[in-house]
Design a protein around this ligand. Structure first.
Ligand SMILES: *[C@@H]1O[C@H](CO)[C@@H](O)[C@H](O)[C@H]1NC(C)=O
Ligand SMILES: *[C@@H]1O[C@H](CO)[C@@H](O)[C@H](O)[C@H]1NC(C)=O
Ligand SMILES: *[C@@H]1O[C@H](CO)[C@@H](O)[C@H](O)[C@H]1NC(C)=O
Ligand SMILES: *[C@@H]1O[C@H](CO)[C@@H](O)[C@H](O)[C@H]1NC(C)=O
Length: 511
């Protein structure tokens, strides 16, 4: 009790001390100083400390409001989020359901539900001249995460160019953290956003977008939204140049890579729909559309088109049914491609159902690829008209696979060459092969020419670069200005209070 009185006195003296110096200071500072003193002292008055109670549904929670003032002249009020819920001097005040205040001023809440998540402030009103003091506790009724997708049915179909707006509205306490995956791959989003909005710039942005929500209570939950993007059809083929011979079976095959909405398809020859019968038939299996010639006649040879069309556009793929040889392909084999300083052995293969009459082998020194981003990186000379043609006789075999070997002589040492081959049968000339690059060995007693950097080159065939797959990068995701992630709560800004106090103290001591 002695201590108690002393304590009160010290408080009183401080206020007096404050008052005497306050006269020389600005009003704001006066106010803040009193506030600071009050904060420090009220902590001493309360025997309880502010708590954050993390509880579960149906739990009972007892919030303390114990002061060292045990005399009967105190009055205690409880506020839930600044709304008065209990008053020790007002027995008529109706307490909310499942709530009661004990004689020692503790507030008890039974059978917690989610709406009990709030700040609870105990206010102790003391006799004059002391002002009321307050202490705030927090109850957080924890709930496992729950999720509602936007759109509700988890399914969104848009036209190419439209906006895709999908989301996972989270429930649960504390607010769950949302993570996204697209087609099973984690998405590199900077924030744990609950909504994703982007422009359907490309059909490959379609897919299954899955959100996973976790708040550490119970198990994480997941939900998914399937995004479908409508676009013009896409068709492709592995072979547009189809080699055949009279009397054989031949098939043109086009793959319908994409058709949302569904596409109408048709085969055309010279602009006219192909007439089918029991010799020429159409077949569709797993999106592969085939035009099959059971026994090819001379009149069947020619140009064909496969076309797919929907309301957003159409796509064509052209075919040539021909008796001329297929495109030849060079074989790359370090043992068989014998190289000396002046010669090189080339090997190639070609499909032809008729005997090959002759091959044309085209050769020229390699001056670097002119189509590279820096055309002048390798040479300043234009390698125009430098191809030289070598006629290589065909074979007498009926095929269908023909292979040929030819040793080119009289080459320059330490030089890179490029080679192309074409083949001819009774139907005509084939298309040129892919370019092969090869190099001759260094010559004896010769200085290396300028192209010496290529001496280590191994024969390589040029490959067609594959297209990068399309994906969503950060740039495609738009910020939603009005987005408030559901369930997010303002956290009390301790930092702001700290800054306020420091600002005040600095101002105070610098005067
Ligand atoms: C809480 O109690 C209610 C009613 O008795 C019951 O339906 C509910 O399942 C309980 N919740 C938990 C988490 O036990
Ligand atoms: C306050 O009262 C409640 C109910 O009687 C009791 O459970 C609690 O322990 C009391 N607290 C103190 C500090 O006496
Ligand atoms: C087939 O198409 C090619 C171009 O792809 C053309 O040069 C040729 O003349 C066409 N043939 C016929 C028979 O129309
Ligand atoms: C998406 O593409 C960019 C560049 O095109 C690439 O850097 C990134 O790794 C890709 N992300 C995924 C998840 O594939």
């Amino acid at each position: 009790m002695r201590f108690h009185i002393f304590h009160r006195q010290s408080f009183f003296f401080r206020e007096v001390w404050c008052f005497s110096i306050c006269i020389e200071m600005g009003f704001l500072k006066v106010f803040l100083l009193i506030l600071l003193v009050e904060i420090v002292l009220s902590e001493k008055v309360f025997k309880s400390v502010p708590v954050t109670v993390k509880a579960y549904e149906n739990d009972t929670v007892l919030l303390p409001c114990y002061t060292d003032n045990t005399e009967g002249d105190v009055r205690v009020r409880w506020y839930k989020s600044n709304i008065l819920v209990a008053d020790s001097r007002d027995p008529n005040l109706l307490l909310p359901l499942r709530t009661r205040m004990h004689a020692n001023f503790s507030l008890q809440l039974d059978e917690l539900v989610s709406s009990d998540t709030a700040d609870y402030t105990c206010e102790v009103i003391r006799p004059e001249p002391w002002g009321p003091i307050r202490q705030t506790h927090t109850i957080e009724v924890q709930y496992a995460p729950s999720v509602r997708t936007v759109p509700d049915d988890g399914f969104l179909e848009v036209k190419k160019g439209d906006y895709v707006d999908i989301g996972c509205e989270a429930g649960g306490t504390p607010a769950p953290i949302v993570n996204w995956r697209k087609n099973g791959e984690p998405m590199a989003l900077l924030e744990h956003r609950s909504r994703i909005r982007f422009r359907a710039e490309h059909r490959l942005l379609a897919g299954v977008y899955e959100c996973s929500l976790n708040n550490g209570v119970g198990d994480p939950v997941t939900a998914s939204i399937t995004v479908i993007i409508q676009d013009a059809p896409v068709v492709s083929t592995d072979r547009s140049f189809v080699h055949t011979a009279l009397g054989l079976r031949a098939a043109l095959a086009a793959k319908l890579e994409f058709a949302i909405p569904a596409a109408r398809t048709a085969w055309y020859r010279d602009g006219q729909p192909v007439k089918t019968d029991d010799r020429i038939v159409m077949m569709v299996r797993d999106n592969v559309h085939q035009l099959i010639f059971r026994t090819v006649r001379k009149a069947d040879l020619g140009n064909y088109t496969f076309r797919a069309e929907n309301k957003l556009g159409m796509a064509d793929v052209a075919f040539k049914l021909t008796g001329v040889p297929n495109v030849a392909s060079f074989k790359v084999d370090p043992v068989l491609n014998k190289a000396t300083s002046t010669s090189f052995t080339l090997i190639w293969e070609v499909d032809s159902y008729s005997t090959i009459i002759e091959y044309n082998l085209w050769l020229r020194p390699y001056y670097g690829r002119l189509s590279t981003p820096e055309p002048d990186a390798f040479t300043t000379e234009t390698p125009a008209n430098l191809w030289s043609k070598i006629v290589v006789p065909g074979d007498s075999s009926d095929g269908p696979i023909h292979s040929a070997t030819y040793t080119v002589r009289g080459l320059t040492p330490s030089t890179v060459y490029e080679a192309i081959v074409t083949s001819r049968n009774r139907f005509g000339w084939s298309k040129p092969s892919a370019v092969l690059h090869f190099a001759t060995e260094p010559g004896v007693g010769r200085t290396l020419p300028a192209t010496s950097e290529y001496t280590d080159i191994t024969p390589i065939l040029e490959e067609i670069e594959s297209q990068e797959p399309y994906n969503i990068t950060q740039a495609h995701v738009f910020d939603r200005l009005n987005e408030v992630s559901s369930g997010a709560r303002e956290t009390p800004s301790c930092a702001a209070i700290f800054v306020l106090i420091v600002t005040f103290l600095v101002g105070f001591f610098s005067d």
